[in-house]
Design a binder for this molecule. Structure first.
Ligand code: SF4
Ligand code: F3S
Length: 106
């Protein structure tokens, strides 16, 4: 499966959503996750993300390994998002910020 990691938090550009053939993105207040039970490993979303937030499960950086379980957990709680929407007005300001996990809203 593919995993959305920390750089998505507060950026949430949603370009990834438009290319997913199986609509497996789930939307929270300031972050998206991938439902690991639905992802077919097509890879299409990876290059779409301006924040480079999406990795194959085996390639998730060591410091972000916990995002794999977090995607699975939150995918059970959050609704599907199937169309791109406007990102937050301040999305670009958060693009280079590294530590954003504490800002995650559930
Ligand atoms: Fe969707 Fe493909 Fe990305 Fe999985 S890898 S989330 S199926 S676009
Ligand atoms: Fe997040 Fe990147 Fe998608 S910032 S919403 S994973 S395009």
């Amino acid at each position: 499966t593919y995993v959305v990691t920390e750089s998505c938090i507060k950026c949430k550009y949603t370009d990834c959503v438009d290319v997913c053939p199986v609509d497996c993105f789930r939307e929270g207040p300031n972050f998206l996750v991938i439902d690991p039970d639905e992802c077919i490993d097509c890879t299409l979303c990876v290059s779409e993300c301006p924040a480079e937030a999406i990795f194959a499960e085996d390639d998730v950086p060591a410091a972000q390994q916990h995002f794999t379980a977090l995607n699975a957990e939150l995918a059970k709680q959050w609704p599907a998002i199937i169309e791109r929407k406007e990102p937050p007005a301040d999305a670009d300001e958060w693009l280079k910020v590294k530590e954003k996990l504490k800002l995650l809203e559930r």
